[in-house]
Write a protein that binds this ligand. Structure first.
Ligand code: UD1
Ligand code: UDP
Length: 384
């Protein structure tokens, strides 16, 4: 199942690896993202086959999107009688499909399980925690994610440390991406520019937060021009706003042009999850414009600095980043083979494997555990 931009890169290596093992697969696109630049371009560029089913849910509030996906997905799940429903990432489509599948009978497998920001105000954090709880199989991308799942009481046989599917797709496509000439087309030189992406509601739907971030980015852009592919949510928020000199807005980019720009950037400013991971593997300094990260390995082993919203901290992080000296890093199992490991586990379930009528109990002992920085986290009640 896939529904929004970052899902397409995650689903591709899993589908390919399943097909290589002769497994029958059905690709469902919920239609949470639907603009050609947010959906179709990825099918085309990644060689992802057209979805077998398109649910066409479109945009809405948190509940509207989730509910529409559930209503459209339920009859399809009944019809398909799949052994397993595989969901990826942490978007509303992920949660909605997991919830339907968990009640309908197939196994639910979550790719990118165990990530925790500890920030219950993020819709994605709710999606992560609940999707994991609904899942029979949890595929963790990193040791910290595995530790989170262990601390929450998931059984060892449910949890598999497999590595990062986003990195599978990055490594498979970087060479041909860099041959396309996007830097020349945009008139920027290698390491002579920065790249910006913003789309978190806490950054872009809050007008004072957005204007403060734009002001800081404007200060950076005086020394280092910034290319800013604008997400549709952000485009709405920016309507009629004049951007600071040097901060250049462009349409959302296709995957190949985006990763090529990312690879040659002097620095990346972002609130994206996937971009924090890609910059680590590319060895490009990343300044995360959020107060927390669910991907702490990109800080402890990678190139990421979680700079929050304080202009001084952001400028300090930017200055350090522009000094350079970062090397590409590959956290354990971020090696291009995560999809293969996932497929190995999934094919062991079928065909002919009985559908699970008896759900194994999952003793969730506690939602407390080490946070992104290793410090102990408050319990769920205290987070609200
Ligand atoms: C969603 C995910 C977020 C992910 C992001 C990736 C949730 C809760 N959020 O956020 O985790 O990081 O996708 O990009 O699932 N829109 C368009 N065209 C499109 C899609 C969206 O114009 O093709 C506009 C609509 O105005 C829509 C808004 O963007 O209301 C937000 O879309 P939505 O999917 O709800 O959330 P994202 O901010 O994209
Ligand atoms: N990306 C892209 N074009 C863009 C911005 C991002 O192809 O203009 C890619 C990026 O390389 C990464 C993914 O989109 O693979 C990240 O998606 P996004 O930031 O929308 O979501 P998140 O990872 O925050 O959930």
């Amino acid at each position: 199942m896939a529904g929004a931009r970052p899902n397409f890169m995650k689903v591709k290596p899993v589908l390919d690896a399943l097909e290589r093992r002769g497994a029958e697969t059905v690709l469902v696109h919920t239609g949470q993202h639907y603009d050609p630049a947010m959906s179709e371009v990825f099918f085309h560029e990644l060689g992802l086959r057209a979805p077998d089913h398109y649910l066409g849910v479109g945009s809405g509030t948190q509940a509207e999107t989730t509910a529409r996906v559930m209503t459209a997905f339920e009859p399809l799940v009944e019809r398909l009688q799949a052994t397993t429903v595989v969901v990826v990432g942490d978007v509303n489509s992920t949660l909605a499909c997991a919830l339907v599948a968990a009640k309908a009978g197939p196994y639910v497998a979550h790719v990118e399980a165990g990530l925790r920001s500890g920030d219950w105000a993020m819709p994605e954090e709710v999606n992560r925690v609940v999707t994991d709880r609904l899942s029979d199989l949890l595929f963790a991308p990193s040791a910290d994610a595995l530790a989170n799942l262990q601390a929450e009481g998931y059984r060892p046989d449910q949890v598999h440390l497999v590595g990062n599917v986003m990195v599978d797709t990055l490594l498979a496509n970087l060479g041909r991406a860099q041959a396309r000439g996007v830097l020349e087309r945009l008139g920027v030189a290698p390491k002579g520019y920065g790249l910006v992406t913003l789309h978190r509601p806490s950054n872009v739907d809050d007008a004072p937060a957005l204007s403060s971030l734009l002001a800081v980015l404007g200060q950076v852009a005086r020394h280092c021009p910034l290319v800013f592919p604008v997400h549709p949510r952000t485009a709405k928020a920016l309507a009629g706003t004049e951007l600071p000199t040097g901060l250049r807005a462009v349409e959302p980019l296709g995957y190949l042009d985006f990763i090529a720009l990312e690879a040659s950037a002097a620095v990346v400013f972002t609130d994206s999850g996937g971009v924090q991971e890609e910059t680590t593997v590319l060895g490009v300094p990343c300044v995360t414009l959020r107060d927390s990260t669910e991907r702490p390995v990109t800080v402890s082993e990678g190139t990421n600095t979680v700079a929050g919203h304080d202009p001084e901290r952001i400028l300090e992080a930017a200055a350090r980043a522009l000094e350079g000296g970062f090397a590409p890093r590959r956290p354990a199992l971020w090696d291009g083979h995560a999809g293969e490991r996932i497929a190995d586990v999934l094919v062991a379930l079928g065909p002919g494997h009985p559908r699970p009528t008896q759900r194994p109990a999952c003793p969730v002992q506690s939602a407390t555990g080490p946070g992104p920085d290793g410090a102990s986290q408050p319990g769920r009640a205290e987070l609200r």
